[in-house]
Ligand binder design. Structure first.
Ligand code: ATP
Ligand code: MG
Length: 579
């Protein structure tokens, strides 16, 4: 490819619409252009990167015995109604009608359609197990599309689905996919972590997320360096605090009403009463599947809605309106408390909240709180459970060591679905004894386009992208410094064609531009290896070969350079290959 012809319009300025390095660099390096919010065109370089990631994923899927298929983006509402997800999926689903008024959607994911397809074809245990995968465009009308292709509304995903006779089979396919993912992300040159995750709308039991640790990550993670536990904060368990010993309780202050005029927030109440936020219990009212419930947690903690949902076993959870709060607690917003509230609603208390002695709680009366409240004496709960967000510094739920926090970009996700979809959609197979059983399923996603952005987050500097060899749009750039010097052009053209002959992916910067401009573009686009043909060494029959990653430069004889650079490319590629 010739730089004079390549469709990679680079930008010198940092585009104002882009907040994070990968988004800025993808725009600046001419990899992508925005069509509308959250929807992008991939120009030549962006497209090549995406294809390379896809190819790595394809090779690793095939290696585990998965079979590639390609399912439609357009799906009928009917199959989504069968699983109840037509309603559950909400506004994230792009919905449309055909000319006959039939409801359809642009697939945000493919559990329904793959399950229905298999239902119609698989009858016997002899046809199992199977893993089917596709690399295909997904559509999600995200509330907040942002960070370029990191969270977009149209994106490419690899989604795989496994079908087994039993849980044992599922376990073994799950570990195959797990291994494939480890290999994929190693080959992409990113440092990844595997964490336990929340199952969200997809459902199912065990699941893991593959995360690229990065400041720009939208997910908060915690890790234990002592035992290896790692989890998404959405999911992370908190260690159960030691029980309070009621027999040896010190003399308590006794519960009493205190006036807190107009003070509703934790900050206002605690500073007014001169207590720490961990001494205050906040009581949050929610509507859970239409019923009000109260959740009690410490003032310095955040409620984890996913945990509360799981604890209650409900589908919908939203904060109650001020009207409902008034009706249930008898007081305006900001003064709800657990004392006496159980007569009105079910109470779920965090296990850390109930061990707080002499707590401050809302009085269920305007402008008042209660001080000196104790669990089991002044209030009780229907359920005591872990319903708060874990934070860095908490004790590890497995071993008790201190948890460390980090942020991560979710690039892959593995789920054990069990029989959730096969039961809902009636996917059964006949076993050896002629008995009908539901098929046991798993599903496995990789965000291909998000991975491209995550790689850039992990590999860039102030000047541009530093591609790992495996995913670079092109491997080598040959740069004659001055295109009006015939000898430079001749030598560069020769190296360019020799490298092409060796199968190296090479670009020649044949533009009549100043060296400064060429170097800037080379850094920005991030070709891993650069061959510079300039006046300084040509007289000695040599050219300069340099690496974008470490800036290391060596002089190589013109006659050897193609073979030498080809070896460098191979060496870089095999360094990324897991053994
Ligand atoms: P997130 O929590 O980031 O919204 P998710 O849990 O909804 O992700 P999955 O349904 O598990 O994502 O999809 C599988 C993979 O697809 C994710 O791990 C991620 O890499 C990618 N992905 C999901 N949503 C987007 C998006 N809006 N833009 C780009 N990639 C995405
Ligand atoms: Mg999502």
């Amino acid at each position: 490819m010739r730089m004079s012809q390549i469709f990679a319009p680079t930008l010198r300025e940092v585009p104002s619409e882009a907040d994070i390095p990968s988004h800025q660099l993808m725009l600046r390096a001419g990899m992508i252009r925005k069509a509308v919010s959250g929807v992008y065109s991939y120009l030549h370089l962006g497209c090549r990167v995406v294809r390379k990631i896809e190819e790595i994923v394809r090779e690793e899927m095939d290696r585990q015995g998965a079979q590639e298929v390609l399912m439609p983006a357009i799906q009928s509402a009917d199959i989504w109604r069968e699983t109840g997800r037509w309603d559950d999926y909400g506004n994230e689903m792009f919905r449309l009608k055909d000319r006959h008024g039939r409801e359809m959607c642009l697939g945000p994911t493919h559990e329904e359609i793959v399950t229905v397809t298999v239902r119609d074809e698989i009858r016997s245990y002899r046809q199992l197990p199977k893993i089917l995968y596709q690399i295909q465009t997904k559509y999600r009308d995200e509330i907040r599309p942002r960070f370029g292709v990191m969270r977009s509304r149209e994106f490419i995903m690899k989604d795989a689905y496994s079908f087994d006779r039993d849980n044992e089979g599922l376990d073994s396919n799950y570990s195959r996919m797990y291994e494939a993912y480890c290999r994929v992300f190693s080959r992409c040159g990113v440092d990844y972590r595997v964490v336990e995750a929340d199952a969200g709308a997809i459902g199912g039991s065990q699941n893991h997320e593959f995360m690229v640790v990065s400041e720009v990550g939208e997910d908060a993670l915690v890790f234990c360096d002592a035992c290896g536990y790692g989890a998404n904060v959405e999911r992370a368990e908190s260690a159960r605090p030691p029980e309070r010993d009621h027999d040896t309780d010190k003399v308590r202050t006794g519960i009493r009403k205190v006036s807190t005029p107009g003070m509703r927030t934790v900050e206002e109440v605690t500073s007014y009463l001169q207590v720490g936020p961990s001494k205050l219990l906040k009581t949050l009212l929610y509507m859970a599947d239409g019923e009000p419930v109260a959740a009690v947690i410490r003032g310095d903690r955040d409620l984890n809605e996913a945990k509360l949902k799981r604890t209650l076993g409900v589908r919908e959870l939203e904060l109650a309106s001020p009207e409902i709060i008034e009706r249930v607690s008898g007081a305006p917003v900001g003064f709800t408390g657990p004392v006496g509230l159980r007569e009105q609603v079910k109470i779920v208390a965090d296990w850390e909240a109930v061990v707080v002695e002499d707590a401050v709680v809302g009085a269920n009366a305007a402008d008042a709180h209660l001080a000196g409240a104790n669990y089991g004496v002044d209030y009780s709960a229907d359920i005591i459970a872990d319903i708060r967000n874990v934070v860095a510094g908490d004790a590890c739920p497995r071993c008790g060591a201190e948890l460390r926090g980090a942020r991560g970009v979710e690039v892959g996700h593995l789920f054990k679905l069990g029989t959730k979809y096969s039961s809902a959609l009636g996917v059964n197979y006949l076993d050896e004894g002629g008995v009908d059983n539901p098929v046991v399923m798993g599903c496995y996603g990789i965000g291909i386009t998000r991975t491209a952005a995550a790689i850039i987050e992990a590999h860039h500097d102030d000047d541009g992208i530093i591609w790992p060899m495996s995913v670079a749009p092109y491997q080598v750039l040959v740069m004659p410094l001055n295109t009006s010097e015939n000898l430079q052009v001749e030598v560069a053209e020769r190296i360019y064609s020799e490298l092409g002959g060796y199968g190296v992916e090479v670009v020649i910067d044949d533009r009549d531009e100043r060296p400064g401009v060429k170097f800037k573009d080379a850094d920005l686009i991030g070709f891993p290896i650069r061959v510079i043909v300039g006046p300084k060494h040509l007289g000695d029959g040599e050219v300069e070969v340099s690496m974008r990653s470490d800036g290391g430069v060596e002089l190589v004889e013109i006659d050897n350079v193609a073979a030498h650079v080809t070896k460098m490319v191979d060496r870089e590629l095999s360094a990324l290959m897991p053994h």
